[in-house]
Write a protein that binds this ligand. Sequence first.
Ligand SMILES: *[C@@H]1O[C@H](CO)[C@@H](O)[C@H](O)[C@H]1NC(C)=O
Ligand SMILES: *[C@@H]1O[C@H](CO)[C@@H](O)[C@H](O)[C@H]1NC(C)=O
Ligand SMILES: *[C@@H]1O[C@H](CO)[C@@H](O)[C@H](O)[C@H]1NC(C)=O
Length: 308
Amino acid sequence: MGYGRLGKPDPGETSGRVIIPNPNPRNSKIKIMLISATVLLIASAIAVAVLIGVRHKAGNRIDKPSQAMARTCSRTLYPSLCLNSLINYPGANSASDSDLVHISVNLTLQRFGKGLYKASDINNLQMNTQIRSAYDDCLELLEESVDLLSHSLNSVFSGDGDSPTGSTQDVMTWLSAALTNHDTCTDGFANVTGNVKDHISENLKDLSELVSNALAIYAAANGDDDFSRIPIQNRRRRLMEFETHHDEFPKWMSRRDRKLMNKSVSAIQADIIVAKDGSGTVKTIAEAIKKVPEKSNHRTIIYVKAGR
Ligand SMILES: *[C@@H]1O[C@H](CO)[C@@H](O)[C@H](O)[C@H]1NC(C)=O
Ligand SMILES: *[C@@H]1O[C@H](CO)[C@@H](O)[C@H](O)[C@H]1NC(C)=O
Ligand SMILES: *[C@@H]1O[C@H](CO)[C@@H](O)[C@H](O)[C@H]1NC(C)=O
């Protein structure tokens, strides 16, 4: 004996204190091991199934965007950027055409916010005056763009009971202004090289294309493939409401743009002239926007003739 005994053996009463030893104690261990092996197998089978499911889904999402997404992105100037940004956006895959409008504005807003945040990382860096001025202008312009985009989002998607904060024209104006801001920021760095410029370009990559896409999607959703419906007169007046400076230009407009806008029409030397009556280069603003080169080292100026 001396096996399977519990406690100290009592020399007097050996038999009463002895517990029948397990005939084969290893057996139960094997059983337990078998059971856990089975549990493990089932668990990993489930895990594999889930993984395959996820992979499959992810594969689908990359190969096959939803029809609404494909339709929506086909209206933009940068359809593959449009698809890629929507595919990674939570909920976009099951979104309707109309949901994709506010989703595209929202994702643009999020990206601008992130760009601004990352760009301001290097605010404390030593910079020469030219770079500092370009950098400060950029941050300011980005902040304004974030504002403009969130105004736009509020108008495109207002919560229950809230009335939209802006009209269709307002939203188009705000989105175009965000686009202009971005170009102005990039222009400021035109003649410089170095870390600051690289950091800015890295973090603001695709932003102008994203706004352009959001604008096209929004315009199309409002039955407006033709940007020329935005009367330039109203546009001017509306912009004035942002005014805080004492000249006649809105606050968000950069110094360089103010100077440009202050020139007489003949001094501007527009690259593209929009005139409904056919006396310009093109008839609609939409056509003009399509004519703007994607990569250019100078700003393309579109002059929209008054009168409709
Ligand atoms: C915009 O996106 C953010 C973050 O994904 C989300 O919390 C918010 O509800 C969205 N807003 C609208 C109006 O879709
Ligand atoms: C960059 O250089 C060109 C030619 O030297 C000049 O016309 C342009 O105004 C400069 N841009 C900036 C932002 O300094
Ligand atoms: C616009 O032009 C007028 C004169 O033509 C000038 O007095 C004014 O300072 C200019 N404003 C800006 C913002 O350049």
